[in-house]
Design a protein around this ligand. Sequence first.
Ligand code: ATP
Length: 276
Amino acid sequence: MTGENDPFVQLQQVTLTYGQGEKTVAALGETNLKIGKGDFVALVGPSGCGKSTILKLVTGLITASSGWVFVAGREVGAEPVRVGMAFQNPTMLPWLSIRDNVMLPLKIVPPFRQQFRAKRKTEFRDRADALLKQVGLAGFGDKFPWQLSGGMLQRASLCRALIHDPQLLMLDEPFGALDQFTREELWAIMQDLWMTRRPTVLLVTHDLKEAGYLANRVCVMRARPGRIVEDCHVDLPRPRTIEMTYEPGFVSLTQRLRELIVSARAPDAAKTEVPA
Ligand SMILES: Nc1ncnc2c1ncn2[C@@H]1O[C@H](COP(=O)(O)OP(=O)(O)OP(=O)(O)O)[C@@H](O)[C@H]1O
């Protein structure tokens, strides 16, 4: 599932420059990327190499300075595509219950928006409760955000990202603020959600173990200007387990990714550590 022949997402000769005049930042040099429907691709690389910029281009939040971005066979923005998103900080509306927070996209995104009132509300509640159960939050739907831990809120935010059956799921360091054990628990949950629903996923992460555990492909980026320098396929069976991450094949994958990133960060490679 490399997306070579019939890509769901395609960046073709895309460049992106922020700003104007003397204050321009060449965030992305010429970038090509094809992602097949239902694939899971991770973007890794040093800070500032353009990972979030790619997410913004694919969701249509920003427009390419040159080149083309296609989603579902059309230029991005030409056709409505259901997108789910989760970020490092799972911002929830504090005055809504967890269930109502999870149901929020159904109130906003067509065609659910039109069906939300009376007719399908019970069905939508059941859908939210089933998702909450799948991530281990059965019985927490009536709680409020302040009553949940960071890990629980991130689980709820994954439910919110998936409640409207998105075709595209954008994950920007969603597990970055969690402790290692909670993070590993959430990898398993994320994998389970992806295997049962199969959205096309783009994950931005600094955690190479996370990239290797979750993704089918890991794209390594380099900065100034940002570009993809390596596209590694992860040939591990599913469902993957934490134990697999200690096996020689997985360890050599993360070592290789690490080396690529360290060389991509040169000459300032010594300033900060890249988690292995
Ligand atoms: N709105 C903006 N205006 C100007 N420059 C920007 C803007 N957004 C990002 N940049 C610059 O573009 C480059 C790429 O940024 P981007 O956020 O895509 O990188 P990243 O790889 O996601 O970084 P990080 O890992 O630190 O989140 C960086 O040099 C950044 O400073």
